[in-house]
Design a protein around this ligand. Structure first.
Ligand SMILES: C[S@@+](CC[C@H](N)C(=O)[O-])C[C@H]1O[C@@H](n2cnc3c(N)ncnc32)[C@H](O)[C@@H]1O
Length: 185
């Protein structure tokens, strides 16, 4: 059973609601201004508010299974006048409330490890992503070489339709994380 509920949503938003991986990860991506971007496990919507500075003509959709998290994301975004092209929906990686072949970019910033069923989530990402779209995974703390955690992550991707085309480790004073850019094979 998931640990994510109203209480943990409020705790997360208070403590990590503007976590630096969101800003730094989006800055590393340089999204085209007319992109359709979906953020799975969007939390407070922080990554999408940063993405809206690059994606001025496109659409940004945040999806999270916790209704309270989506309320918080909407509250924070309403007060941001540069983010009028962001919408939020309750949904999960395993059941994304969006039609087939619609996204140029799907983000999973620190959410992949919280999915209930990663294989099912990856099938859903495959369904919703355009054939030439990109799936971006961020993991806070990174995944050092030759560790079991890294191998099991690579194994899960290997058994999906996705192939890693780029890996970046990004570090500043506050955080170190890894960002993977994946494409459908
Ligand atoms: C560590 S938080 C990361 C939030 C945000 N992406 C960020 O980086 O600040 C993990 C998020 O995953 C969401 N989550 C939990 N189960 C999920 C699932 N099955 N599918 C998609 N997201 C899920 C949680 O509600 C939570 O918002």
């Amino acid at each position: 059973m998931s640990d994510w509920n109203t209480e943990t949503a409020e705790w997360y938003a208070h403590k990590y609601g503007e976590y630096p991986t969101n800003k730094l990860g989006i800055e590393a991506l340089k999204l085209p201004d007319n992109s359709i971007v979906i953020d799975i496990g969007c939390g407070t919507g922080c990554a999408l508010r940063h993405a809206a500075k690059q994606v001025t003509q496109g659409i940004l959709i945040g999806v999270d299974p916790v209704p309270r998290m989506i309320e918080i994301a909407r509250e924070k975004t309403t007060s941001d006048s540069t983010a009028s092209n962001i919408i939020f929906k309750v949904g999960s990686a395993e059941d994304i409330p969006i039609e087939n072949n619609s996204a140029d970019f799907i983000l999973a910033f620190d959410s992949f490890d919280h999915w209930e069923n990663q294989q099912q989530g990856l099938k859903e990402i495959h369904r919703v992503l355009k054939p030439d779209g990109h799936f971006i995974i961020v993991k806070d703390g990174g995944l050092p070489n030759n560790t079991e955690a890294r191998q099991s992550f690579l194994d899960i991707l290997e058994h999906s339709t996705f192939k890693i085309i780029e890996e970046q480790t990004i570090e500043d004073d506050e955080v170190l994380f890894t960002l993977w850019i994946c494409k459908n094979e």
